[in-house]
Design a protein around this ligand. Structure first.
Ligand SMILES: *Cc1c(COP(=O)(O)O)cnc(C)c1O
Length: 524
């Protein structure tokens, strides 16, 4: 028993038992069940359905297309199929199973109220091609969510259709390009700080820009002097910089406190500020990016405003826009009329009313299920609740930072509090031991590992985002596990080097898996 471990949970310094246990007949280890592929357990002739009578004769009009050999699909009874997927699901880690410390991903509890609202048939069972007058409620949800996103960010408008964070980045850059082209200015360069999320440079390159990197300061923030020096090249009249993409709070878990001054410098040379707003949950209700001079910012509804993600459900990345960029936002969007009814402004009606729209991000209006969840989240939390969301997210991360910084190196720990995520490194581990070993050890402790080796500015980075939905008891258990693993890493415990010991699979050759993935199954 100690302060961090009130439940009396015992850290294991050596791993005993897992490797010495006798082999079982089935290959199962108690409730850890070995599960072959469906193709390996299925057989022709087994079937989950009784057909009524004989199958009808093949259609002669198929001619040469008629299949000569069996399809070779696995035949399974209904319980076999159900068990297969249930067994596989039990080998997976989930937010409903435990704390999910993945930094930069905001793996928080998904309020069941939001799920209930998203499943209401009036929202869940409608079709995007239904006549607009039959989906007025859904359009009202989109419109009202748009209103609250604009209010919370202090921006001028919002494009609701992008379907994830990175998709939103592309939308923002296409707006910027359309705005520059409208004034006959074909700038080629997008500046991205070293500490940016990897999607930022990828998006800029995808949108056809040349990416130049701006270094970070020793305090983990954008080097403003270096940025301003680059902006000054060619003079304000002839700058080749289209935009600067800044993540705030950034991927070191730090607030870019000079963003306003940076935005002024960017605007002075006629360029635009793109803000990666995926970490909005750290500042929601406290900071309005519009007040900091941001021109475009995506919001990951699936991080800040609930919705399942992380190998789970789809995402949604609406992009809030400044007044300068609004005319270039994509179609379609909903429009509220004086009598209260809503219409969708589509390409064909754009003609005079939205002539500068750069095009479309998706076929229809965006992720309806994410919109209902996000609006339910915002309205059920209210202004005070959202303020508490960002407050608790930051408090929890700082609790982890200060509970571990005596056993783990915290590269920016001396610079003061962090925002919503705490950053550590493996500096001080025994020779041959690294972040990867600690991450594998966390699997044995029953946790999903934290984000590792990201951000790239820190060697052996461990990025931990507890989110606002974890209790102090849950954080204490995680901290206890981390302290134990950090000490084993520093002591060079050989059992840590071969972790995980208790997982369905041991340490895999991840390089081989990535380089030579086996994506098909051939009959043996
Ligand atoms: C998650 C994240 C993204 C990308 O969002 P997706 O929805 O996964 O495309 C971009 N930037 C940051 C900082 C993120 O955390």
């Amino acid at each position: 028993m100690n302060d961090l471990n009130p439940a009396g949970w015992r850290p294991a310094m050596g791993v005993v038992g897992a490797d010495e246990a006798p082999a079982t007949f089935t290959g199962n280890r108690a409730l850890q069940l070995e599960e072959p592929l469906l193709f390996e357990i299925g057989e022709l002739g087994r079937c989950g359905v009784d057909f009524d009578g004989e199958a009808s004769a093949p259609m002669p009009e198929l001619g040469a297309f008629l299949r000569a050999a069996p399809v070779d699909l696995p035949g399974l009874s209904e319980p076999e199929a159900v068990r297969h997927y249930t067994r596989l699901s039990r080998q997976n880690y989930a937010i409903d199973l435990g704390l999910f410390p993945l930094g930069s991903c905001t793996m928080k509890h998904n309020p069941r109220l939001d799920e209930k609202v998203a499943r209401m048939p009036g929202f869940a069972d409608i079709h995007p091609l239904q006549p607009v007058q039959t989906v007025q409620g859904a359009l009202k949800v989109i419109n009202e969510l748009a209103h609250w996103l604009i209010t919370l960010t202090g921006m001028h408008g919002v494009a609701m259709t992008p379907k994830a964070g990175a998709h939103g980045e592309l939308c923002g850059l296409l707006c910027i390009r359309a705005a520059l082209e409208a004034r006959g200015d074909a700038r080629q360069v997008v500046l991205v700080p070293e500490s940016a999320h990897g999607t930022n440079p990828a998006t800029a390159a995808f949108a056809g820009y040349r990416v130049e990197t701006i270094p970070a300061t020793p305090a983990g923030r954008v080097d403003r002097a270096a940025l301003e020096a680059r902006l000054g090249v060619g003079g304000p009249e002839h700058s080749d910089v289209a935009a600067v993409m800044i993540t705030n709070p950034n991927t070191c878990g730090l607030f870019e406190s000079e963003l306003k001054a940076i935005a002024d410098a960017v605007h002075a040379v006629g360029a635009f500020v793109y803000c990666d707003g995926a970490n909005f949950n750290a500042i929601v209700g406290r900071v309005r990016p519009g007040d900091l001079g941001v021109d475009a910012m995506h919001i990951n509804l699936h991080k800040t405003f609930s919705t399942p993600h992380g190998g789970g459900g789809p995402g949604s990345g609406p992009v809030v826009l400044s007044e300068a960029l609004c005319p270039f936002g994509p179609l379609p969007f909903s429009e509220l009329h004086a009598d209260g009814h809503l219409t969708l402004v589509e390409e064909e009606t754009a003609g005079e009313r939205h002539p500068q729209a750069f095009g479309r991000m998706s076929a229809f209006h965006g992720q309806m299920g994410m919109f209902t969840r996000a609006l339910a989240y915002i309205l059920s939390h209210g202004a005070d609740g959202l303020l508490q969301v960002s407050g608790d997210a930051v408090l929890n991360a700082n609790y982890i930072l200060r509970s571990l910084d005596d056993v783990l190196d915290a590269p920016f720990g001396a610079a003061g509090p962090c925002m919503h995520e705490a950053l550590f490194s493996d500096a001080g581990f025994a020779e041959g031991f690294s972040t990867l070993d600690l991450a594998k050890g966390l699997i044995d402790e029953g946790f999903h590992p934290m984000t590792v080796y990201f951000p790239l500015v820190v060697h052996g980075a461990m990025l931990i985002e507890p989110t606002e939905t974890e209790s102090k008891a849950a954080l204490d258990q995680f901290i206890g596990a981390m302290r134990s693993l950090a000490e084993r890493g520093k002591a060079g415990d050989p059992a840590l080097k071969s972790a995980p010991h208790f997982a369905p699979r041991r340490r895999l050759d991840e390089t081989l898996a990535a380089r030579k993935p086996k994506l098909t199954w051939a009959k043996g």
